[in-house]
Ligand binder design. Sequence first.
Ligand code: PEP
Ligand code: MN
Length: 337
Amino acid sequence: MLIIMRQGANKNEIEKVKLFIEKKGFDAHISIGELQTVIGAVGGKIMDPRDIELLDGVSEVIKITSSYKLVSRIFQAEDTIVTVNGIKFGGNNLGLIAGPCTVESYEQMDKTAAALKKSGVKIIRGGAFKPRTSPYAFQGLGEEGLEIIRAVADKHKMAVTSEVMEISQIPLFEKYVDILQVGARNMQNFNLLRELGQTRKPVMIKRGLSATFEEWLMSAEYIMAGGNREVMLCERGIRTFERITRNTLDLSAIPVIKKLSHLPILIDPSHGTGLRDKVVPMSRASVAAGCDGLIIEVHHDPDSAVCDGAQSLYPEQYDELYHDIKKIAPIVGKKVF
Ligand code: PEP
Ligand code: MN
């Protein structure tokens, strides 16, 4: 249920509505907009909307049957803007994240970071716990990988994003990482999502391999329902009948999500295509379609990468792409970070 307060409703009236719905067993999520405040009543069982309509300051009560509320545009009309290390995602901002698929060694991360720094990168990616399809493939360096990426990021004044795979890893990630990434394969790991709702660090949730937009939004809702407002969505390609590309990068996610949700939508053209020569054009297309951010795999020496070398850009390619992005973004009203 969403409670739309009247324009100019005062703090006291808002507080009374909050207490009322909490008494009925609901959690109150308050969104203070420029013109109106909206209160989301989440989690309880039954409440007669007329009881709320009668409270002072209430303009309208909307019963939402859809299974996501807090992530929806109805709950919050304004775009959510997530800021990490001065880099902004959402609204009129386009944030960039780059780095290798996985952390291999200090030297590899340091060389890649040094190269990316020249292209303005302020958030570096790199998996320490890798969700590999085969149990025999490299599984990541684990905590050592997080230590390395943190040390390198600190050296180059960067922030870190890395994938968290299970609940027990969350304390480690809170220590080392600035954005917690939920991988495509874990998009519906509801226990993990619920726990991530308790963290107060931004979470970037990737779209599952065969997830519909609504399923993806419901997964984001799990995180927001726990009280974490800093959630970002990342389209990384879905599984189709096509075999030439690794996945089918669904750029319609950008306008679709923007209409349904206020959350930033990022694009991962690396996993979305699986091939380096496709990454540059799809990145440009994503920017033109109005994405709020890009996460791109770059390795200082892709030919010797332990994983996903074929889809990793050479640093010089990334630099060229960065300049293209800066040219395209203003056409769609975006500032590049
Ligand atoms: C990744 O970004 O490292 C990754 C494994 O991506 P995805 O979850 O999209 O496959
Ligand atoms: Mn990868």
